[in-house]
Design a protein around this ligand. Structure first.
Ligand code: PSU
Ligand code: MN
Length: 307
């Protein structure tokens, strides 16, 4: 599946390569959540935990990152642990993925860059926490994540807990619709909001089982519809933080980011870190629970796709 030109820059871990060659289910995982999304050591524990969940479900996990200029599709436990400790890893999206490879750098891949790598390797399903999207105030800042553009062009199913509630969810849904990206809420009519099970917005589409999601993806491919799709899987009820409570923390974190002049790639990591402080660590427990929940669903979709 890997193109002749990409092969010299890429290392596919043996278990991943074997599963792909045999047509067995594989689930890609991003690594910006490890390098920029969570503090150490919870990031390392989360990264190991989601791989375990995927393996327990019967699929092969492939955490994606760039290490010393190598595009890695699947990390060893040692590589994963080292990445979780690395203080100087870059945050790599479509714009800088090639830079890190060409300059021999190390970085965590965002949703956009992980989709690119997954598609290169022939992996169709990918689990994350929440995608990047249209930031609040984007009408003046123009801060719109490259994740949205990637969803419109790269044929991968991204399983998320919706768009992070630090974003403008309504505008994020509008941009996804403009890009022709199906947004499928799993088992709910309401768009989930990352830390909370529900937002104020209706979900564009709804499906209730992994087989239906796999069928929908295959149908899109058969019809020649390019691009990916977003699955929005609500956080388990026992782990959610109510939307009303999150709204206060988000507004405060947002105001602090503006006061400190935080911009560009630093915005999302800053807001996540500040919200962690404001919730006294509860947002992190919720974040870990929702990623685990997404990994489980992604494995089931990958299994349905290969069945
Ligand atoms: N989900 C999380 N934590 C994260 C991210 C997602 O639970 O840190 C990362 C993803 O890698 C996503 C990125 O692609 O944040 C979006 O960054 P930006 O808004 O700068 O595009
Ligand atoms: Mn941004």
């Amino acid at each position: 599946m890997l193109s002749e030109t990409a092969r010299p820059f890429t290392d596919i871990a043996a278990p991943v390569a074997e599963a792909l060659a045999d047509g067995r289910p594989v689930v890609a995982l991003e690594s910006t959540i490890i390098t920029h999304g969570m503090p150490f050591p919870q990031n390392a524990e989360m990264a190991a935990g989601v791989e375990n969940i995927i393996a327990t479900e019967g699929a092969v996990p492939a955490t994606i990152a760039v290490i010393d200029g190598r595009l890695k599709i699947g990390l060893s436990a040692a590589e994963r642990a080292e990445l979780a400790r690395a203080g100087n890893a870059m945050k790599l999206s479509r714009a800088d993925l090639g830079f890190a490879v060409s300059e021999g750098r190390t970085g965590g891949t965002t949703v956009a860059a992980t989709m690119i790598a997954a598609a290169l390797a022939g992996i169709s399903v990918f689990a994350t926490g929440g995608i990047g999207g249209v930031h609040k105030g984007a009408e003046t800042s123009f801060d719109i994540s490259a994740d949205l553009d990637e969803l419109a062009r790269t044929p991968v199913i991204v399983v998320s807990a919706g768009a992070k509630a630090i974003l403008d969810i309504e505008k994020t849904l509008e941009v996804l619709e403009s890009g022709g990206v199906p947004v499928v809420a799993y088992g709910t009519d309401i768009m989930p909001a990352f830390w909370s099970r529900s937002s104020r917005f209706a979900a564009p589409l709804r499906l209730d089982d992994p087989a239906a999601i796999a069928r929908f993806f295959r149908t899109r491919v058969a019809l020649g519809l390019e691009g990916g799709m977003l699955v929005a899987n609500p956080v388990p009820a026992e782990s959610e933080i109510a939307e009303a409570e999150m709204a206060g923390h988000i507004a405060r974190a947002q105001a602090d980011a503006t006061a400190q002049g935080v911009s560009g790639k630093a915005v999302t990591p800053y807001l996540l870190g500040r919200i962690l402080e404001l919730t006294g660590g509860r947002s992190l427990a919720t974040n870990i629970a929702l990623v685990e929940n997404n990994a489980r669903l992604a494995a089931r979709i990958a299994i349905a796709l290969t069945g």
